[in-house]
Design a protein around this ligand. Structure first.
Ligand code: ATP
Length: 475
């Protein structure tokens, strides 16, 4: 029997044994979760749960109805579950997966012919695409809709719901097995009670090994409560006023996006101050690019990494937040080329909507080769000067981490750039990428694009889903 049908059969069988849910909804765990604190509950993907209290932030207090923790109660991250009867609970539904990610996941070793997933289309809002492994290649099909809203692959047969479409093509043995979900999403904070109280006991953190050093202090891989790997940034005593840092950190904590490094918690009661964030296994993007030099990273990886940075920055743009130090050294890389923007601690929130220009403080050190001319000369930082820096970051990505303006001193760069000089296209850089850099380096900051547009341009680069009417006509 095909996996898809077997899974939905198991789910239905488990549900049929349960009394009706109190508030009418049961939830199903989408990922395994292992307890981090005594109040947590361990669950396995597929376990059925009842939500007892949904209000504590992004952590829910639940009761397990099936599985290893059956009849036990505790906290789990709310983004690990989905209502049983919803499409989100379907093992093949990967709504926020990009086309390139879908390819990577489906091409992973061990997947058989017909492994598939359904995701939101990147180019058409509100539409879905089916990605399926077929003879060693991934094919993408747009799922089209008739006027009555029914889905179809082939005009001879349409389906009211995606579940029906999947069931039909599973019976035809065209779709065989849902793709394995790659990794659990980031939890919101480390546990339900660090969401609000994020000053944590420094004894709950063990520093395991040093993984880097910055101008403010060393960075360690750490273990929180012997359960969760984290990154711990230590601040050299005296580098920062704890009060000022805490004010900044309050704002940073409210900025949450899959492409921004999440600030989990802090230890500020004594020095050195600890800043606890999510851990990224591959260090900074600059180190990652330098190490690789194009041996395993190809053009599609470069675009994908640039798109991720643009996506994190588009979120900051929307929040009226300025990064002020965007560069490959301040982007961190995890598994599967996942990139997240880090070090937005120097940024400042712009309170007044129309006054989106921040006057840089005198004496502030600028990373000159990354900084827009108006920020250097007129002390004006805005999201548009971040766009300029993004252009330099694109240059770093396309050259595998080469220093921008090689062979030029900082002083020469300021002089030349303000006279209109721009870096030439890096060798082997496709014209569209160089055009994008040049757009970011327009003299008039208002002529530069937005991060939203840059993200969109980078994401649709490869989104050429097949539209073939009768390809799957199995009748
Ligand atoms: P600066 O001090 O000017 O910000 P920097 O950005 O290089 O310089 P840090 O942010 O302190 O300094 O980071 C130093 C190094 O530590 C990085 O280059 C990276 O290799 C590593 N690192 C920092 N944060 C993390 C993290 N969350 N996960 C994994 N490695 C990290």
């Amino acid at each position: 029997m095909e996996m898809t049908r077997e899974l939905s059969f198991r789910k239905k069988a488990a549900l049929s044994l349960l009394p009706p849910a109190k508030d009418g909804v049961y939830y199903i765990a989408q990922h395994d979760y292992t307890t981090r604190t005594e109040e947590d509950l361990s669950v396995k993907a597929g376990d059925i749960l009842e939500a007892l209290v949904k209000n504590p932030g992004y952590w829910w207090f639940v009761k397990a109805l099936t599985g290893v923790s059956a009849s036990k109660q505790g906290y789990i991250p709310a983004n690990y579950v989905a209502p049983v009867e919803s499409i989100d609970a379907e093992p093949w539904y990967f709504p926020n997966t990009k086309r390139l990610d879908a390819e990577k996941m489906l091409l992973a070793r061990g997947n058989q012919q017909g492994t598939f997933l359904i995701r939101n289309s990147e180019s058409e809002k509100g539409e879905q695409s089916l990605s399926v492994l077929d003879r060693g290649k991934v094919k993408h099909y747009k799922l089209k809709k008739l006027e009555n809203g029914h889905y179809f692959m082939s005009r001879t047969r349409s389906f009211e719901r995606l579940e029906e479409l999947v069931e039909y093509y599973s019976k035809q043995a065209v779709l065989r097995e849902p793709c394995k979900k790659r990794e659990a999403p980031q939890t919101y904070g480390l546990s339900y009670n660090t969401v609000d109280q994020w000053e944590i006991d420094r004894n709950s953190i063990k520093l395991l090994r040093k993984i880097g050093a910055g101008q403010f202090g060393d960075v360690f891989e750490g273990l929180w409560r012997d359960t969760t790997l984290v990154a711990v940034k230590t601040l050299k005593p005296g580098t920062m006023d704890p009060k000022e840092f805490l004010r900044e950190a309050q704002i940073m904590k409210t900025l949450r996006h899959p492409k921004l490094i999440q600030l989990y918690a802090v230890c500020t009661m004594e020095e050195p101050i600890y800043i606890i964030t999510e851990l990224m296994n591959n260090g900074s993007l600059l180190e990652y690019l330098n190490k690789d030099k194009g041996t395993t990273l190809g053009f599609s990886d470069q675009i994908e990494m640039a798109a991720q940075v643009a996506s994190g920055m588009a979120y900051l743009e929307l929040q009226n937040y300025i990064h002020r130090d965007l560069a490959a050294r301040n982007v961190l890389v995890g598994e599967n080329n996942i990139c997240k923007v880090a070090d937005f601690g120097l940024a400042r929130v712009i309170m007044k909507k129309n006054e989106n220009v921040y006057e840089a403080k005198e004496g502030t050190k600028f990373p000159l080769k990354w900084t827009a001319p108006e920020a250097i000369l007129d002390n004006k930082c805005s999201i548009k000067s971040d766009i300029w820096s993004f252009g330099i970051l694109l240059y770093e990505i396309m050259t595998f981490g080469q220093m921008p303006y090689p062979a030029m001193s900082n002083f020469q760069v300021i002089q030349m750039v303000s006279q209109g000089y721009r870096m030439p296209s890096p060798p082997n850089c496709p014209k569209v990428m160089y055009d994008m850099m040049m757009d970011c380096w327009k003299k008039n900051d208002q002529d530069r694009p937005t991060f939203e547009i840059l993200q969109w341009k980078l994401e649709v680069f490869f989104d050429l889903d097949v539209i073939e009417d009768d390809l799957w006509d199995t009748t």
